[in-house]
Write a protein that binds this ligand. Structure first.
Ligand SMILES: [Zn+2]
Length: 338
């Protein structure tokens, strides 16, 4: 022992230390043994952006590794994902035709409806979730019908949402995922689905969805930036937490089977609060901005992408998310297997 070592030994009394948490961290096997939370790849949902046409993959600049896919390419991507162990996908339609009333959204032969039928033909066991909103289908980019005062008209928007939900159900969508944040949409949708015999269709509600800058790259991907105004009259204020729990409880009362917190990374406390307040599965959406930040920093060599992704994903599990919608699902399964 050198001189400094002797000095410290004499001055620091360690005889009182009984609790030694490091005992449980001493080897990889020990750490694996006592791990409290694990990433559950069976709870992953991979989002996919569907465009018209065939044999087309359009890269999204701000989301390296994620492409917009024509219907045939979407089916091909689903085969690959299924092979890797991904059990569920979340479809976003990006149509060529947009108008003030999102007409192409409830076309029985629209993008989501056709894609769902083709995926189900090819891979009947893959769960198909479909995001249900109007912002990709309206020429103004808002999530609903814009009223005379320039704000989105809640109750008129519900009519379109319900109409669209029925076409999604008829096409075979397993999980309908309304992301519009209109009041009463879950109740309206559940009643209409049940009335038409679609009892099997699950509703995953974007219950606690914040007005967030983390959606930036998605809006490029989905071509859904509002032409005027913003979404703060329907999406939640990032400063609020109690309201998030209230939104989740309301949606469950109205018939939601799964409730979601979106975004994920800056809202871990919300995931936990919702998890503790409800008895349904809780999903979180690891959104485009969270993906883009990791990719950009990794590209510059500033962070270790694989380690960051693993840490984020286990963080969501620790916060209480049962289901994680993530652009990293494919990468994670490629690295770790199902
Ligand atoms: Zn929307």
């Amino acid at each position: 022992m050198n001189k400094i070592g002797e000095l410290i030994r004499r001055k620091v009394d360690t005889s009182w230390i009984v609790e030694r948490p490091r005992r449980l961290r001493q080897s990889a096997a020990m750490r694996d043994l006592v791990r409290e939370n694990r990433v559950n790849p069976e709870g992953f949902i991979q989002p996919l952006f569907v465009i018209p046409g065939t044999k087309t993959r359009q890269p999204i600049a701000s989301m390296p590794g994620i492409d917009r896919l024509s219907i045939d390419e979407t089916v091909r991507e689903c085969r690959e994902l299924w092979g890797l162990g991904v059990r569920a996908v979340l479809l976003f339609g990006i149509p060529d035709e947009k108008d003030a009333h999102a007409t192409s959204n409830y076309d029985p032969n629209g993008l989501i409806q056709t894609t769902t039928r083709e995926i189900k033909n090819a891979l009947p066991e893959l769960l198909v979730a479909a995001d249900l909103c109007n912002c990709e289908y309206t020429d103004h980019g808002h999530c609903g019908i814009v009223g005379e005062n320039g704000d989105v008209d809640n109750d008129r928007t519900l009519e379109i949402l319900v109409l669209t939900a029925l076409t999604y159900a008829k096409a075979g969508v397993d999980i309908i995922a309304p992301s519009d944040m209109m009041d009463g949409r879950i109740g309206a949708m559940r009643r209409a689905l049940d009335a038409d015999g679609y009892h099997r269709q699950t509703i995953m509600s974007y219950a606690s969805k914040y007005a967030s800058a983390f959606y930036g790259p998605f809006r490029e991907a989905a071509d859904s930036t509002p032409a005027f105004g913003d979404r703060r009259t329907y999406q939640m204020d990032p400063a609020n937490a109690r309201e998030a729990v209230r939104e989740a409880l309301l949606d469950i009362d109205e018939g939601a089977d799964i409730v979601m917190v979106k975004p994920a990374l800056a809202y871990m406390d919300i995931i936990r609060q919702v998890r503790d307040a409800v008895d349904r599965p809780v999903a979180t959406y690891n959104v485009s901005g969270e993906y883009a930040m990791v990719k950009a920093a990794a590209e510059r060599g500033w962070i270790d992408e694989a380690k960051i992704v693993d840490e984020m994903l286990v963080g969501f599990a620790r916060a209480g998310a049962d289901i994680v919608i993530t652009y990293f699902a494919k990468d994670y399964l490629r690295r770790h297997g199902a």
